[in-house]
Design a binder for this molecule. Structure first.
Ligand code: NAD
Length: 428
């Protein structure tokens, strides 16, 4: 959310401007790509459970759809702002382009706090959101998904409303649906596994045997859990995990130098990705301060919690042993930290490449829904692996051949693909 003086949309535009300059993009293409193609702002009036009426503010931004229907989640958050939605929509355009799936970028939101809303009230918001955008979204126009504080249940209400309005069955309208209601197998694993597919390829390029590596993870939610699971299955040694503790209102790092066993750690973790500190102590984990994960003598760092974690203050604390940073979270690294990482020659797998497994699997969900035929989990994960591996190598090859930073290489590929699609269509 945009807080204080930090404006995510300004940051997204700055990042774009820098790469546009490097690529020598013409002015019209820059003007087109630095803003959303279309924005919808609307009111969602809801009759509350106590009989009163309340009006919620909703948004949908379609940043660019030159490569295919816009794609991106819908957030429910009390501090949601149009600039957050604009930035996230733009980042979705680059994310879908870097993994080369035929989709564009979009994002939506509602200013509300689900903690203070009954399920009936949330359902009314979902249905009102769809009524406001229905003519401009759909399987061939714009495909929403869950994001912060929205779930498969919200998606099903939205789908139901869309199908009532259009009079057709259109399960490909929205992704992130529960299994058995149009969801895809493999979606749960997709983001975390995708992170590790890219780590595996990076290690191969460096001629490092994954079974001889160690890693530290930040976060133990959906992304980190599946990343740690696959990493340890491939033979890597995860020595610590850092996560939030809501009782203490601070984070802790849980360390087991001999190697964390996934099944053991998950058995003492709640559904919010919070590890039980007392049970961890009983199981022999060393309990360290939350920031300690970044200081460990490991080969690989996987920030997979929240943004702004590797910054000017924390980056100098990284151990000399670190060779790879695989960004599972969105925006974990600040531009100041990027300079430190570059000077230390650490190989970064940037967020919109490393964590693109989620949107890639959402695309698979849409494809399966549109053809009304569902693949096995093995088939989904095999297709995901192929996509992530190809995307990783395209970025890595460019970074090596042109001697550019991995983040810049990923942006260069994504922005060139979108700019080319706009040109081919005769837009600019
Ligand atoms: P989640 O809510 O399931 O888990 C978040 C984890 O981070 C929890 O373990 C929490 O305890 C921990 N955490 C929160 N604050 C922390 C702090 N200050 N220090 C240490 N740990 C902290 O979230 P998730 O779905 O795993 O997403 C994690 C990140 O990955 C986010 O940046 C998200 O935007 C990004 N992402 C997620 C997906 C996806 O498919 N879930 C896809 C792409 C990107």
């Amino acid at each position: 959310m945009a807080t204080g003086s930090f404006n995510p949309f300004q940051m997204a535009q700055q990042q774009f401007d820098q790469v546009a300059e490097k690529l020598g993009l013409d002015q019209a293409t820059r003007d087109l790509l630095r803003n959303s193609n279309r924005e919808i702002h609307f009111n969602i009036p809801v009759r509350m459970d106590d009989g009163s009426y309340k009006v919620f503010r909703g948004f949908r931004c379609q940043h660019n759809d030159a490569r295919g229907p816009a794609k991106g989640g819908i957030r429910f958050h009390p501090h949601e702002t149009i600039d957050t939605v604009r930035a996230l929509a733009m980042w979705m355009t680059w994310k879908t382009a870097v993994v080369d799936i035929p989709l564009g970028g979009g994002k939506g939101g509602v200013v509300c706090d689900p903690h203070n809303l009954s399920m009936r009230e949330q359902e009314q918001i979902c249905r009102g959101w769809v009524r406001a955008v229905a003519p401009l979204v759909g399987p061939l126009q714009d495909v929403p998904a869950p994001d912060v504080m929205t779930t498969g249940q919200h998606m099903i209400w939205m789908l139901d409303e869309y199908e009532k309005i259009t009079g057709i069955k259109a399960p490909g309208f929205i992704t992130g649906k529960p299994l058995g209601a149009g969801g895809s197998l493999g979606r749960k694993e997709a983001t975390g596994f995708g992170v590790i597919y890219t780590v595996r390829e990076a290690l191969k390029e460096m001629n490092i045997d994954i079974t001889k590596t160690t890693a530290a993870f930040q976060g133990f939610g959906n992304v980190s859990q599946h990343a740690l699971k696959l990493y340890t299955e491939l033979g890597g040694t995860a020595i610590c995990v850092s996560c939030w503790n809501h009782h203490e209102q601070k984070s802790f790092t849980y360390k087991k130098a001999s190697g964390i066993k996934f099944d053991e750690l998950i058995s003492i973790t709640d559904r919010f990705g919070e590890i039980d500190v007392n049970k961890a102590r009983e199981l022999g984990y060393e309990i360290l301060p939350g920031e300690a994960w970044i200081e460990q003598e490991v080969d690989i760092l996987v920030p997979a919690a929240i943004e702004n974690q590797i910054n000017a203050e924390t980056a100098p604390k990284m151990a000399k042993s670190v060779k790879i940073i695989a960004e599972g979270a969105n925006g974990p690294t600040t531009p100041e930290a990027d300079e430190i990482i570059k000077s230390r020659n650490i190989w970064v797998i940037p967020d919109f490449l490393a964590n693109a497994g989620g949107v890639t699997c959402s695309y698979f969900e849409q494809v399966q829904c549109n053809m009304n035929y569902f693949w096995s989990k093995e088939e989904v994960l095999e297709k995901l692996d192929r996509k992530m591996t190809e995307a990783y190598h395209a970025v890595s090859n460019l970074a090596r051949s042109r001697n550019v930073y991995m983040r810049d290489a990923a942006y260069m590929i994504a922005i060139s693909r979108v700019a080319e699609a706009c040109k081919l269509r005769g837009w600019v």
